[in-house]
Design a protein around this ligand. Sequence first.
Ligand SMILES: C[S@@+](CC[C@H](N)C(=O)[O-])C[C@H]1O[C@@H](n2cnc3c(N)ncnc32)[C@H](O)[C@@H]1O
Length: 223
Amino acid sequence: MTTIQIIDGRTESDRGRDFLPGMGRTWLLPLYDLFTRFARVGALHERTVELAGIESGETVLDVGCGTANLSFAVLRAVPGAVVTGHDPDAGALRIAARKAGRRGVRLSLVRGYADRLLPEDGSVDHVVSSLALHHVDDAGREGFGREAHRILRPGGRVTIVDFGAPDHGPGHDHGHRHGGSRQARPPVAGIVGLLTTAGFTDAREIDHIEHRFGPITIVQATR
Ligand SMILES: C[S@@+](CC[C@H](N)C(=O)[O-])C[C@H]1O[C@@H](n2cnc3c(N)ncnc32)[C@H](O)[C@@H]1O
């Protein structure tokens, strides 16, 4: 079994910063993979990877990777991809590291927030993200857009899958909520807008999926 290191990409000011974990509460994390298998989230990951159009040798950053199931879907479809998972949740990253070690796949893992990504300017081929941005507040989402635009090479793509029906414009709230005091953000509505504001000129919804937990939308933009 290979040991996978987790790089701490947080700045001093990021330490102690709050985040909404995968299942809404930290103690539910051990159930996350079981729950998502039951919820057939794997099919969403496979569709996202298909639409991302990743090629062997390309670099992929999975933002809000959690236990890295989207990263593993990338590696299954494109074993030659160079994949990094990025998430603030140390517990989720430890699970991801154990799974990668057991599977003997090459996966890098970074602890950090969506609005501060480690790669250098123009150095990444793909940014992908699954069911994560609705966990991030407005400032964090705007920061994510800016960072995705900064790190992607010209022609690189960002592909995001999250809760949300087709976006019919401002104020369209799709009502997906986690329990607990820290509430999830309104989902995919607004992601096209925030990517456009960040400088992507062709941000658009490219697929809609009726999932058992509600409508899902995939958004894509090219740097
Ligand atoms: C529902 S899980 C999705 C995990 C994984 N992408 C998947 O598809 O199974 C949401 C993830 O967003 C992460 N998250 C929460 N706040 C974040 C932030 N500010 N920046 C990046 N990720 C964040 C959580 O730690 C969690 O792992």
